[in-house]
Design a protein around this ligand. Sequence first.
Ligand code: NDP
Length: 618
Amino acid sequence: MMYNPTQCPAADEIDIPAIRARYLAERDRRIKKDHNDQYIASSGKYAEIYEVDPYTPVTPRDPITGETDVVILGAGYCGMMVGAQLRKAGIDNFYNIDHGGDFGGTWYWNRYPGIQCDNDALCYMPLLEETGYMPSRKFADGIEIQKHCRIIAEHFGLYQNALFHTLIRNLKWDPEINRWHVGTNRGDDIKARFVVLAMGPLNKPKLPGIPGIDRFKGKMFHTARWDYEYTGGEWGRPELEKLKDKRVAIIGTGATAVQIVPYLGKYAKQLYVIQRTPSTIDFRNNRETDPEWFASQKPGWQEERIRNFHRAAMERLAPREPDMVEDIWTEISRNCNAQLEAEGWPDISPEEYAERREVMDYRVMERLRARVDALVEDPETAEALKPYYRYLCKRPCSNDDFYPTFNRPNVTLIDVAETQGVERLTETGFVHKGQEYEIDCLIFASGYEVTNDLDRRWGIDTIEGREGVSIYDYWRDGFRTFQGMMAHNFPNMFFTGFTQAGANATNSKTFIDQGRHIGYIASEAIRRGAAMVEPSQEAQDAYIAKLRSVAVDNSRFQNECTPSYFNNEGDPVKKRSIFGEPWGEGYYAFEDMLAKWRDEGSMAGLVLNSEHTLEPAE
Ligand code: NDP
């Protein structure tokens, strides 16, 4: 049968119980007993991978010891959105502190060949209406996204407040002055009224703990610090001509590697792709944005598109609602709606809808496995490249060149699923199933510290709130927050992300909304002359009780997935997944709740302490 890239097989054409059994078997053989401990942190002797900026020279500056209203840790999407929202709330005295040399965060550091966003740029790139920016294509290049970050920073005047090449080492609450002491690697001791932690979940690269990793004498680097000096080419020009006489291995086949592999295959003398779990990879269908269409959009179009995408990707499209985004992220919802339409929109319960989604999930994944057969010539290689798990167990990808790369004579797939990794590294290569493969260069596409302990992941030595309470101890057995953004004992400190908060399918939308909420609380506290604002113990307990009472139990799904940072490396009970305890009623229910809370104006649940009130900082 010819492969049709948009047509899933019918439910009765596939053996769902057999596929499900195969999924569980894949999960079982992939579970590693050491879960997160299998990885090596980019600290200690590997600190250079994280701390050194190969792209921008560090400019010397004197340590800063003055006061500010807000220190925002991070100058990526989240830190920028918070900065923009602080300005809108009337707070101008703040710093964005980042160890990169410019705005962009992940889009500053990641410059690897082929880097593009896998999400619809019209949703993903924030504040398009405010900046008047039209993304050039549906899936924008990394270099374009970083350019847009600079445009946002200019638009909101963030450069004047930026401290680059600066790593925060210590955060200590000082009750004498009701300020946070912000200590950095540049010798700063900034006294900040508020601190916002906006470092994002993908900031610290991690390495696979392969025996002998220290022995290898060839070139090694992580994808988050691409070495064009070694490979040839440059950011935005992925012509890796210096690899033409090099034997290269890449470890990992996640979203990053999927984008890189076609370029390595094209330029390297020999490429080994070391794969433990295959990704889910659809066709790309990237296309230019139509300027006429873009110009014709009415105010509010981006929010409307983001809401539509969120419903399609994470909730449920309304009857007859069009799918504006139309890609792999929305296929299951789109297909389910098409099915319901064909049946004349029967009134079905949420449970029945979930059952239909699950069947559609098997059908879509079966289509994607058929895609591998259609594009990869060697049947054994094709079989090994097929993903056997449910959609969204791993982050879905789309790429037109990844699979055909395996038809090149210089490209070999090293399937390490059975052995859970290569056996060891030697001085000159790697050993798999007793055979040594000689290489010149080893590239780690091994991902980030998303689910490891917070101190390891954040890289801040000390975060001490009232009475010296450490956040790392306070959260050792699980997160405890109020609205996902504040914690008792940690006055004037804000957290960002999805933990105990709303998770939007477009993460920049989450950051815009969190920035707005933080801007509101901080500006209200200043306006009301409060030196300290902190959730009461009772309010925090009540919030967590409510969060858990509306939680949606997706443990079956999580437990049945192959391990990844989505399910805490196959140890989901610890709730340290990137989506740790999201608001079960959905993103917009969460947002509406916060908007109502702000409208009421009583700051209910927060204790505002006006003792030791200081004048707003100059
Ligand atoms: P991931 O964590 O998704 O992937 C890491 C890869 O390394 C996995 O394939 C993993 O295998 C593999 N790996 C780890 N240890 C070993 C080992 N010992 N032996 C063999 N393989 C190993 O990292 P990525 O950098 O690919 O992606 C991280 C995230 O970055 C994405 O999920 C996405 O959120 C973001 N991203 C976004 C993009 C975008 O377009 N917006 C593009 C690229 C990345 P296994 O799966 O078996 O653990």
